[in-house]
Design a protein around this ligand. Structure first.
Ligand code: GLU
Length: 604
């Protein structure tokens, strides 16, 4: 965590290409690479400090946060496996990164099981309450203002994380929920040192937090954001985790805690006298009772002889990363121009075809087929495709190359750059890649009174409409389409790499670009993560970090691309196996202040 928080605390910066040199001049590379990570030392809980790359044996972890990485390491050292450690780290992020993740949120977990030699996935995506319909996010036939949805009970999805932790632990772990929550309880009770990022995120949320009494009481103690360097404790969350460990998930999914969540969603505790319109939600206790985490078959493509596993719908992560990789493989070369074009086309298909598979017939097999990829790759030429690219026809009938047809402009999909991703491996060779989220920075801004946890606003990931035929319109019990893309790469059936990132729909391009950097451009994983990023999501302009534009802009502009500067894209974590057992865990060196990589043992 660090002082470098622009992308998280202000609306995403997007300036026209003409202004780019100015921007680079103003913030320069120093804005991206020169800011030292603020130390989140926390109460001493190990000898390891915060470094972005660690190599060794016996297990490894990379998260955005030192406390969370230490929690995972403690579990690994006590003999736990990668799933145990991943849950411990996620629960700790709910304490130290409470605006990005938490037990009232959701996520997607990918797990390589060494004994079975297989990749499994657990979907803990939040769900719409059963009273939600295709028009619930509209008023008078129009989408309700996005900002009003962000801070509301209406956008709170039925939380998935606790059910997901429980399912993942019972299915693949070696410890129970109670044990897995212990490190997080300790951090919540003893506290962690407030760094610049936590402070700045609180400041950015101050106005809406002040309008919710329970949130102001927790995150604006004495009426102001906690000072940098102060110790922040969340005894209410420590107690909530403790109770949860004792009573089990049914305490939330139908029990007393669930009733409190429902009461908060239906009647958010707004400050008397506020003019803010905080819409109530539709969630009932029966929605919580009905919620299930779901084990799903992973999305899978082969790429350059490797098998790339990702998250299947309702995330669009696996299908979009996979389709783009297939397109790249079908092209004679795969450089940065091709990366942008493959991503553009895959995003056109994502928008047209991907939603919750329980409600929408997602043509996943065809989207990930080589035939479809060849048809799409045909459209990639020497210059950038006209915007917007039209979706293709993943119908199984793939013919000769056709001319590109114009697509329709999609309505803007505002989305924050939040969420967290973590990776863990263990001494047995199991690997976890895990994305967790409460959607916006600070979720819906509403803390459940006395419970120390923010609710999610994941239902803003639905298409609000009106948008007839859109696969991502809300429906009773439906899960909003996600972009989360935890990814595990196997070579000959054995894991070689795992990677993922936060960043809304830029998650997909960040993961794709890291894979392109690693496997097409020959970078090491630390280089692939650190390299400047660009994100083309079937938008008129490609958003890119200033350093990307400085390095590659002229050549790509000559090919018809245009750029809008985005100061920071993603905050990835990954790991790779170097020679079978030796593992290298990798976090961001700079973005979000740099993450934390730790290994169980440095020597064999
Ligand atoms: N809600 C986003 C998704 O599921 C994740 C949050 C974010 O990174 O903005 O794709």
């Amino acid at each position: 965590m660090s002082a470098r928080t622009t992308a998280r605390t202000s609306p995403r910066l997007a300036v026209p290409v003409a202004a780019i040199s100015l921007l680079i001049g103003a913030t320069g590379l120093t804005g991206l690479v020169g800011v030292p990570a603020a130390a989140r030392t926390g109460p001493p809980s190990g000898s390891e400090g915060k470094v972005p790359v660690a190599e060794g044996y016996g297990g490894a972890v990379a998260t955005v946060d030192l406390d969370a990485s230490r929690s995972a390491l403690a579990v690994l050292r006590r003999g736990g496996n990668a799933v145990d450690a991943a849950v411990a780290a996620a629960a700790t992020l709910g304490v130290t990164e409470p605006y990005s993740a938490g037990m009232a949120g959701g996520g997607f977990l990918l797990y390589y099981d060494a004994k079975r030699g297989r990749v499994f996935t657990v979907d803990g995506r939040e769900a719409a309450p059963r009273a939600m319909t295709g028009t619930s996010l509209q008023e008078n036939g129009q989408a309700i203002p996005f900002d009003e949805a962000v801070t509301s009970g209406l956008s709170a999805g039925v939380p998935g994380s606790v059910a997901q932790w429980d399912l993942a632990l019972r299915r693949f772990g070696t410890i129970g929920l109670r044990e897995a929550l212990k490190p997080a309880i300790e951090v919540a009770a003893k506290g962690f040192v407030v760094d610049q990022t936590f402070h700045d995120q609180t400041v950015a949320n101050q106005a809406r937090f002040a309008d919710i009494t329970s949130t102001a009481a927790l995150y604006l103690p004495g009426g102001a954001p906690p000072a940098v360097g102060s110790v922040f404790r969340n005894p209410a969350l420590a107690e909530t985790y403790r109770e949860l460990g004792k009573r089990g998930p049914s305490w939330l999914y139908g029990g007393r805690l669930g009733a409190e969540v429902v009461a908060t969603v239906k009647n958010p505790p707004v400050r008397p006298g506020t003019t803010r319109k905080v819409r109530p939600g539709l969630m009932e206790l029966s929605d919580l009772r009905a919620y299930r985490a779901v084990e799903r078959a992973p999305a899978r493509v082969s790429f350059r002889g490797l098998e790339v596993y990702g998250m299947a719908p309702p995330s669009s992560g696996g299908s979009t990363v996979g389709e783009a990789l297939n397109i790249l493989e079908a092209l004679p070369q795969a450089g940065l121009h091709e990366y942008l074009e493959a991503s553009r086309l895959a995003f056109a298909d994502r928008g047209a075809y991907v939603g919750d598979p329980a409600f929408v017939d997602v043509p996943l097999r065809e989207l990930l087929s080589d035939g479809f990829a060849k048809e799409r790759a045909c459209l990639v030429g020497a210059t950038a495709l006209a915007h917007p690219a039209a979706p293709g026809s993943p119908d199984g009938a793939y013919g000769p190359c056709q001319a590109a047809s114009p697509g329709k402009e999609a309505p803007p999909a505002p989305e924050g750059p939040e969420t967290s991703h973590l990776v863990v491996s263990d001494r047995w060779g199991n690997v976890v890649a895990y994305n967790i989220t409460i959607e916006s920075t600070g979720g819906n801004g509403v803390v459940v009174p006395g419970r120390g946890m923010l609710l999610n606003n994941e239902l803003t990931d639905f298409t609000f409409g009106p948008a007839p035929g859109d696969p991502n319109l809300p429906a009773p019990g439906k899960r909003p389409r996600s972009s989360m893309a935890p990814t595990i790469v196997l070579d000959d059936g054995r894991p070689v790499l795992a990677v993922g990132s936060p960043g809304g729909s830029t998650i997909i391009t960040t993961v794709l670009q890291i894979l392109v950097n690693r496997y097409e451009l020959g970078m090491s994983l630390p280089e692939a993560l650190a390299a400047p990023r660009a994100t083309q999501r079937n938008t008129a302009q490609t958003q890119a970090e200033p350093a990307f534009i400085a390095a590659h802009g002229p050549a790509l502009i000559a090919k018809g691309h245009s750029f809008a500067a985005n100061p920071e894209i993603g905050a990835a974590t990954g790991l790779e196996f170097l020679d079978g057992e030796r593992v290298r865990a990798v976090a961001e060196p700079v973005r979000r202040g740099g993450g934390s990589a730790l290994v169980v043992r440095e020597r064999r």
